[in-house]
Design a protein around this ligand. Structure first.
Ligand code: AMP
Length: 297
């Protein structure tokens, strides 16, 4: 028998009415764009373990897509998402229309600042302004005590931390490790765009990150040694797969999102981050390096 479907909240009024009567605290938010896969499943499972009420939001946010990006063809699978949410014991799904979130006259947005203009923000101008705007709206509408984000989108995770600190939001932001397929490819809703040979080419991302991580574990590596090993792995992928085009591969300090200088030792919380186009599909991946990840955020 199918478990009960969660409450489906399509309007701000539905949400406010549901919000008046949340069964148990903490109220925990898992923001998504839907097309739920095992990465989201892991996020929801972690949110359930917080022991309160879990609300999953499903909203393909037009504000975070550039004009040439895939907003129109982004996968939308609400029925399947609701079935999965029911199986995972989600209490409510907030799935608003674009008009609910951005009614006529909408005009004020969050400025993601310097950290929002590098790496993902350099290739996708305005992306993080759009992300932070929708996340802040969700926080204000829902009022969660905790919110779960995947480390798959590591710069987004860093930026949400930054916003919570800078705007004194008082919400506990919790991170969930990247879920990968058996061959190493990080799960993403955009993997559904890949054909068979593109899927093979995409493996270069995680392979390069592994090579870099092994190098960093081997000795007290400097940044340049780590990135050059990873770069070599990506160059091989570029030779073998015409579909593969690197956007960036960088070792950054998580706390600032500044590149680690080539001669520097690894900061405690470092991220080896990569983005590449595989045919028309842009994928990102990363690995956490350094010994400082046990410190509380
Ligand atoms: P999205 O629906 O792609 O916006 O993702 C919603 C949330 O799921 C974000 O916090 C993502 O970082 C997280 N997420 C997406 N893919 C993965 C993955 N493979 N492993 C862990 N978290 C993920």
């Amino acid at each position: 028998m199918m478990p009960n479907r969660p409450a489906v909240l399509a309007t701000l009024e539905d949400l406010a009415a549901w919000r008046d009567d949340v069964p148990t605290s903490p109220l925990v938010l898992v923001p998504t764009m839907g097309a739920l896969h095992d990465g989201h499943r892991r996020l929801i499972a972690a949110a359930r373990e917080a022991g309160g009420t879990v609300l999953v939001s499903i909203f393909v946010n037009p504000l975070q897509f550039g004009p040439e990006e895939d907003f129109d063809r982004y996968p939308r699978t609400l029925d399947a998402d609701l079935d999965l949410s029911a199986k995972l014991g989600v209490d409510a799904v907030f799935a608003p229309s674009v008009g609910q979130m951005y009614p006529d006259g909408f005009g004020v947005t969050v400025d993601a600042g310097r950290m929002g203009a590098v790496f993902e923000g350099a290739t996708r101008p305005g992306h993080f302004d759009g992300v932070l705007t929708v996340v802040l709206k969700l926080f204000n509408l829902i009022g969660p005590e905790q919110a779960f984000f995947g480390l798959k989108d590591i710069q987004q995770y860093a930026m949400v931390h930054r916003m919570v600190a800078d705007l004194n939001l008082g919400i506990w932001i919790r991170g969930v490790p990247i879920v990968r397929d058996a061959d190493g490819l990080a799960l993403s809703s955009r993997n559904s765009y890949l054909d068979q040979s593109e899927r093979a080419a995409a493996l270069a991302l995680s392979q390069a990150l592994h090579a870099g991580a092994e190098q960093s574990a081997a000795d007290q590596s400097r940044a340049a040694a780590i990135t050059s090993v990873a770069d070599a792995a990506l160059a091989r992928a570029g030779q073998d797969h015409a579909e593969f085009r690197l956007d960036y591969l960088e070792l950054v300090d998580f706390d600032t999102f500044m590149p680690v200088p080539p001669d520097a030792q690894l900061p405690g919380r470092s991220v080896l981050a990569v983005a590449a186009y595989i045919g028309n599909t842009r994928l990102i991946d990363n690995m956490l390096l350094g010994a400082g990840w046990d410190r509380p955020m």
